[in-house]
Every structure is written in C-alpha cells, then in structure tokens.
Design a protein around this ligand. Structure first.
Ligand SMILES: *Cc1c(COP(=O)(O)O)cnc(C)c1O
Length: 407
C-alpha cells in the first residue's frame, strides 16, 4: 500500500517537474510545439487573451509557435500578409468557398480546374444553394460575360490542371476587379516561385493580383510525398478575418509534426522547384519528337496553349515552371495500349499528386473531364508526368523502354 502511494508521488513529480531548461536555445530547425491545451498564468489572463491575432496563445486549434512560424514563412514565399493552415490543399479550396459564398451566390470556375474543386461545386455548394458556372480560362471575354449579379467569387488556376493551358491571368484579374468580384487563385503550380500571385505586374506602382492564394502544401512545400496540408494566403486583413472565422468554426488545424516537416523542407523549395523545372522542360521537349505522341503540353513549349501568357508572366529562367507536363498519345493508340505504357514504366510510378523526388505518371480520360473536347487539344489519350529529381537521361530511357510495351 505504501509503495503504491509512493508510485503516485512519482507520477506527480513526473508531470509537475520543477526543472526549467535555460532559455536561449538556438538551432537551425524551429522547435516542434505540440498542444491542444495551452496554460494561462491566471484567470484574468485567460479571460483577456485574444485568439484572433498572433499576440499570444489560447488553444492548439488557434496556433502554436510552430504553426505561426510556418504561416509567416509561407507569407514570405507567396508575398502575402496573412496565412491560414488547413489539413489539405482541397480543404483550403473548400474553406475559401464556404467562407466567401452563401445561399443564392454564384461562383465561377475554369473548365480546366483541379477536378475535386469542380466536384465540390457540383456537390456541397449546389446542395447549399450556391450555383456555379464554368468559364473558358483561355478567353477573358467569356469570363467577363459570365460574371453576373450573383457572382461573388471567381476561381483562377494557372496553368489548368492536367491540360496545362496557361491563361492571361492578369487580364482575368483585371476583369474581376473591374466588376468588383473577388478572385481566388489555386497557386499550387506556381508555388510562389514561378510568379507572384499578389503582384502580376512587377515593376508597376499598383500591384494587381489575386485576392486569395490557395496552395496545396502537399506538393512542393512538403517535397516528400508524405504530408497533406494546405494554405490560404491573403493581403487584406478584413478578408483574412472572414476566412479565419470560418476556419475556426470548422475546427480546422494541422498537426505539429506535419508543420515541422514543411518547415524542414521550405529552405530548399526554390532549388528543388528549379531542378524539377529543368528536368521537366528537357523531357517535355524530348517527348515532342516521339512518333507515338501527337502533342506535348508544357507552358514553356512555344506550341503549348497559352505559351505567350506564361512567357510574359514567368520568363524563361529555371524556376519559371513546375515539373509537370502532359502528352497526348496519337488517336491510333487505344487507352489499353496507353495503360500498358504506364504499367511498363519503372522509374515513373503510377500515383496522384506531385512535388516529391519520385517521378509519377497518371493516365487521364479527358473526355469524361470536359464538357466538349477542347479545340486546341489533339484527340487521343492524355498522360500526365510529374518529373521528380532522378537523372533526366534515366527518365528518358524509362519512357523509351515503356513505349515498346504499346506495340
Ligand atoms: C493537389 C492539388 C490540390 C489539392 O491538394 P491536396 O493536398 O491533395 O488536397 C489542389 N489544387 C491543385 C492544383 C492541386 O494540384
């Protein structure tokens, strides 16, 4: 019995230990602060605390030193002033739409939008009485014509998912600004490196850019294919507060270990992005001369849709494009033959997402993704490549040997 009591005393000492390590510890990697509960020094402090700004701490859901540091660094990456972290890129898209739209409102999305963003509009948004219209991102006049009295938000993406058409982003933002409609850019491809989401007119006095930048940190900021996370970045404190209140009410938060993984990867993001870009451009250009391929989609290729807009916004330096490109196999090849090509690849793995060291490939059935076949795309089966960090010569050899499996 006495021994049992002593055990209890030990437990208390293990929980309430008086030792405090010396302050001033400094090392390259920020500490990982894990908390749901955060302590207050007294009841008055508990009552006084303000969770809406970063002047203190109230509860893990509202931020820790680890998440505050990640938010600030992501603002530096994208040229923003405020940042919210969410558990995935798709959660970032959903949070923005849920926060800025209500029953009776309308949202516009591009016809080449990230697929699940369209599904969200067709599912929950429609069920909540929020309508959506699809616009042609390669025609700003089409966008302008579709903005109506109910339009509250326009989603932008540059380039489009999968088909990689690069739009006239500046013109589209100008159209929306002139009509007083908010713009939210899915900036996962640009990642804050290929172009500045909040300043599409560098050098001019009045920065013109998106109102909100959403980023799937799952991709390049993670860089490992092992973390899911998203960010919502703004440059307007009122807009940020509207988004932040929704974010809080929905109870969205990210884990400290995941935040640390992204903090660990961020210092190398520019170098990694440049390396992915160099590899993808070389492979894309090489694929153009393959007899099995009808069209190569990469905004840096002069024949690719929207190349001129890419060039005016991103220029030609390494880091001006992400490591993605798509190819359209000639119509004579069946989708089974294209599947056989994908299956035969050895270094390229079949898998969704991108941004890690391993090259990935996905065959897409474009006909099921678009209302009508886009006139600027050759007919055929589309395959998207995400170029990792392997030697480009090895990736070329892999594609070369896999083409043999199509015969
Ligand atoms: C991957 C991706 C997302 C979603 O990110 P998840 O973290 O996978 O949810 C959103 N938009 C684009 C353009 C993406 O590529």
């Amino acid at each position: 019995m006495e021994n049992h009591l002593n055990m209890h005393k030990k437990t208390t000492a293990l929980i309430h230990h008086p030792y405090v390590p010396p302050a001033g510890f400094a090392a390259p990697q920020p500490g990982v602060f894990k908390a749901s509960t955060v302590f207050f020094s007294n009841a008055a402090a508990m009552r006084r605390v303000e969770w809406k700004d970063k002047t203190g701490y109230t509860y893990g859901l509202h931020g820790t030193p680890t998440t505050y540091q990640l938010e600030e660094r992501l603002c530096a990456l994208e040229g923003g002033l405020q940042c919210l972290l969410v558990p995935s890129g798709l959660a970032a898209v959903a949070t923005v739409s849920m926060s800025l739209l209500g029953t009776g409102d309308e949202v516009l999305i591009p016809n080449n939008v990230y697929g699940p963003s369209k599904t969200l509009a067709q599912g929950e948004l429609r069920a909540w009485g929020i309508s959506h219209r699809v616009y042609d991102p390669m025609d700003p006049q089409d966008l302008a014509a579709r903005i109506g009295p109910k339009t509250r938000l326009v989603w932008l993406e540059a380039p489009g998912s999968v088909t990689l058409e690069f739009p006239d982003l500046l013109e589209m933002v100008s159209v929306c600004k002139a009509k007083g409609v908010l713009t939210a850019l899915d900036n996962t491809w640009g990642a804050g490196i290929a172009f500045e989401p909040f300043n599409l007119t560098p050098g001019s006095d009045t920065a013109l850019g998106a109102d909100v930048s959403v980023h799937a940190l799952t991709k390049y900021p993670s860089g490992g294919g092992d973390v899911l996370m998203g960010s919502i970045i703004t440059r307007d404190s009122n807009l940020h507060m509207k988004l932040k209140l929704t974010h809080m009410r929905l109870g969205l938060a990210v884990g400290a270990n995941d935040a640390e993984m992204v903090l660990r990867s961020l210092p190398s993001i520019v170098l990694r992005y440049q390396a992915h870009d160099i590899g993808a451009r070389e492979l894309a250009a090489w694929c153009q001369q393959l007899p099995q391929i009808a069209q190569v989609l990469h905004p840096a290729l002069p024949q690719s849709p929207g190349h001129a807009f890419w060039k005016s916004l991103c220029d030609n330096r390494p880091g001006g494009a992400a490591g993605l490109f798509s190819v359209m196999f000639k119509d004579q090849f069946s989708s089974e033959q294209v599947d056989a090509f994908c299956d035969a690849l050895k270094l390229f793995k079949l898998g969704y997402s991108w941004g890690g060291p391993i090259s990935l490939v996905v065959p897409y059935d474009l006909a099921s993704m678009r209302g009508a076949w886009p006139s600027h795309l050759a007919r055929g089966t589309l395959v998207r490549f995400s170029v990792g960090l392997e030697a480009v010569a090895d990736l070329k050899a892999d594609i070369g040997q896999a083409l043999g499996a199509m015969a």
